[in-house]
Design a protein around this ligand. Sequence first.
Ligand code: NAI
Length: 339
Amino acid sequence: MTSTAVIIPGDGIGPEITEATLRVLDAAGAEVEWVERQAGVAAMEAGDAVLPESTLEAIRAHKVALKGPCTTPVGKGFRSVNVQLRKKFDLYAAVRPVRNLPGIDTPFDDVDIVVIRENTEGLYAGVENEITDGVVASMKVATEKGCTRVARWAFDYAKTRGRKKVTVFHKANIMKLSDGMLLRCAEEVHAEEFPEIEYENTIIDAACMRMVQRPSQFDVLLLENLYGDVVSDLCAGLVGGLGVIPGANFGDDGAIFEAVHGSAPDIAGQNVANPLALMMSGVMLLNYLADTRGEEQNRQAAQRIKVAYDQALTDGKKTRDLAGTLNTDEFADAVIERL
Ligand code: NAI
């Protein structure tokens, strides 16, 4: 049976990398019927809301989406489409696997980290006030429910994927209540439900230094929203940059898959962006369909794509961000040739 899923091309480089990704998924034999919807600046330019009701309805109906990046202009009056989507569908666990890939030279060759970011609370709750002229305050929100469920998700992920350790990065020495809440909840979930998984916590500033010195000491990371955002990009830098890190936002009843990177306005419309991160996010989507709907043909398609892009990279077929020469569509062609 063919699944349905929503595809949102997004802004900037979004449409280019979406087209490349869908060509690869299709050529690999993925059985997904895509329902296209718009979001972001693209939707506004088409005369619609930044997050149109038709897009929300489609995600509600199909429960799974692959999304290109959406631009969030800095300044007043524009709420991030990404943050809105995560909150509306309660996609509380963002997962970003960070691994070395063949053919990409980096200072370390043993990076294998999964960043799990709490996706609905923290400073992204968007509670900001102008207290008086020249004084503003942003509220960092941490709830016991939110911290417990993402901690449980992280330990469960570690257990089911055969991972050994979960590390919480925090600043509970300063933010004793909010960061302290995530620490306490993680400790409780660990002690009561997952004692077989190793658990540690470390203050985030020192953790970042340790990360760039010896990343192999980390396995699964659990972070609140803002730290997860920042540390994901730091980890991307360890293995070749933003063009090679996929992502997924999971809730209890659906998921949206997207690359970690943004809409890259500096290179949009030039056919030079690396489509690999979105392609890898597409692979995660296919595996999710296989896990949740028993679609084995999609698991096989996912595996074929992984082997093919590994081979393409090994053969030196790379886009410019990886010191290669291929354009977006040429990289997709190179993957398709190796399927
Ligand atoms: P960005 O990730 O778009 O770009 C940072 C740098 O990485 C740029 O030099 C860009 O050219 C490069 N880059 C990113 N993806 C690439 C790819 N696939 N291939 C080659 N090079 C790539 O981050 P930036 O500039 O901070 O944000 C741009 C816009 O994207 C903003 O409006 C931001 O709010 C939005 N954004 C959206 C996200 C999403 O939709 N999930 C996530 C992050 C940012």
